[in-house]
Design a binder for this molecule. Structure first.
Ligand SMILES: [Zn+2]
Length: 434
């Protein structure tokens, strides 16, 4: 494990510290490695990290430095997870479908009974904005309690103007109501809606000529995504949507090469995409083009696991070419109903052969990079947003290794404690029943 980074320790001590953590170990994830500071302390000033270093280097006793001192009792502080690819807003449930699949039903049989993505589209169209908000709120709570402090959320279960705008409006409300930072993405081209069967180009025109300008006008999305796949949109259709999106000033990203090699990643690089996501069938040429344009690879082992896929993304190529690898939950009802980033860390290690340090970096700094936020989020460095999680672990690798253990002790977002585990009262403090 890499030890302390001198650039962090060399920072001058700030005049004021609003919140000071002591008796902690830090996995700062600076520059994408553990960059560990043992026996450390961390200061927060005005929502930002203002100091991080060895506690022995604190200039005064902690209580003289800050009005709020938190004794971490040897726990670890890691940057909050940045979950850079989710479809967190949806209505309905697909657990029936899951059970049908396990009982041997084929995809066609499930589709005939109204299952698959169109059941989610139907339920989402029928749900009110308040219903969608209330269901998504539970998922947001779950993310927060499991250490995620920043999340990207896509639309894409509306597939008509009103429902796409309704979803983006819900995402906007979540952003106001929850402390987590949300990056909203418009994914109108998620799949072809049933009413446009046989007329995909008409739908692409609706996306480019009507939906995109309205989304732009309302200012409720920062990026545009497309699912480029045999069962979704062709390369030519994707190009048309990307052209319209970038003309309006949106950044783009792509669901690329998940089920086949569509040469989508190469197309995405032409538009300086933020990221290409999935990438199980990425070619060597596609990877080379991603490297040339510094496009991030977002790996989604939850979907690979849930769909029992066998083709793995070319992780060796990403390493060789220096392509940043992010990992994400892909939280969605059909192919990855996974909320916990720690579970995704484990899957990234065991299914995609990432090392623990690579996986944690993928869930923090590289997740931020895939959203264009790596200057402000994803690592513990002076000047960055104070988005931090205190974990009850013995070593950072425990985040990948300990399955299902509740390890989050505290979540801090923008320097404010937003979640803290509540321990039950010690038994001797409970009065006996008379
Ligand atoms: Zn997705």
């Amino acid at each position: 494990m890499n030890q302390s980074d001198s650039t962090i320790k060399a920072e001058p001590f700030p005049r004021t510290i609003d919140l000071l953590f002591i008796n902690c170990h830090l996995a700062t994830m600076a520059k994408g490695s553990y960059s560990i500071i043992k026996n450390g302390a961390l200061g927060v000033t005005r929502k930002k990290i203002s100091w991080a270093g060895e506690q022995a280097n604190l200039p005064k006793t902690p209580e003289k430095l800050s009005p709020q001192v938190i004794d971490c009792q040897g726990k670890w502080i890691v940057p909050g997870f940045v979950d850079c690819h989710t479809h967190l807003v949806w209505a309905g449930s697909r657990s029936n479908e899951f059970e049908m699949r396990l009982n041997g039903a084929s995809y066609e049989e499930i589709a005939k009974k109204g299952g698959g993505i169109f059941s989610t589209v139907r339920a989402t169209r029928n749900a009110t904005e308040n219903e969608l908000f209330s269901q998504a709120s539970k998922r947001m709570d779950n993310l927060l309690k499991q250490g995620t402090t920043c999340v990207e959320i896509k639309s894409g279960y509306g597939l008509d103007l009103d429902t796409e705008l309704k979803m983006l409006s819900v995402i906007d409300r979540l952003n106001q109501a929850f402390p987590l930072h949300i990056e909203p993405t418009f994914l109108g081209a998620h799949t072809l809606p049933l009413e446009f069967t046989g007329k995909p180009d008409d739908y692409v025109n609706l996306v480019t000529q009507t939906m995109l300008p309205r989304v732009k006008d309302q200012g409720i999305a920062t990026a545009v995504d497309v699912f480029c796949e045999g069962i979704a949109f062709s390369k030519a259709q994707t190009r048309k949507i990307f052209k319209a999106a970038t003309d309006l000033g949106f950044r783009v990203k792509l669901h690329a090469e998940q089920l086949s090699d569509m040469d989508g990643a190469a197309l995405a690089t032409e538009f300086n995409a933020l990221s290409c996501d999935h990438l199980e069938y990425l070619s060597a040429l596609g990877a080379k083009k991603m490297a040339e344009k510094d496009v991030s690879a977002v790996l989604l082992p939850g979907a690979f696991y849930f769909l029992k896929e066998t083709q793995k993304p070319p992780v060796h190529l990403f390493r060789k070419l220096g392509i940043p690898m992010a990992i994400s939950t892909d939280l969605n009802p059909g192919s990855s109903p996974v909320h916990a980033m720690t579970l995704i860390l484990n899957m990234a290690c065991l299914l995609f052969d990432l090392g623990c340090e690579e996986a944690i970096s993928g869930a923090t700094l590289n997740g931020a990079k895939a959203l264009g936020l790596d200057k402000t989020k994803g690592s513990i460095e002076v000047g960055k947003d104070a988005d931090l999680v205190v974990w009850d672990i013995k070593t950072p690798a425990d985040l990948c290794y300990l399955l299902g253990q509740p390890q989050v002790t505290m979540v801090v977002i923008s320097g404010k404690i937003e979640y803290q585990i509540k321990r039950p009262e010690p038994i001797e403090n409970i009065l006996p029943i008379e």
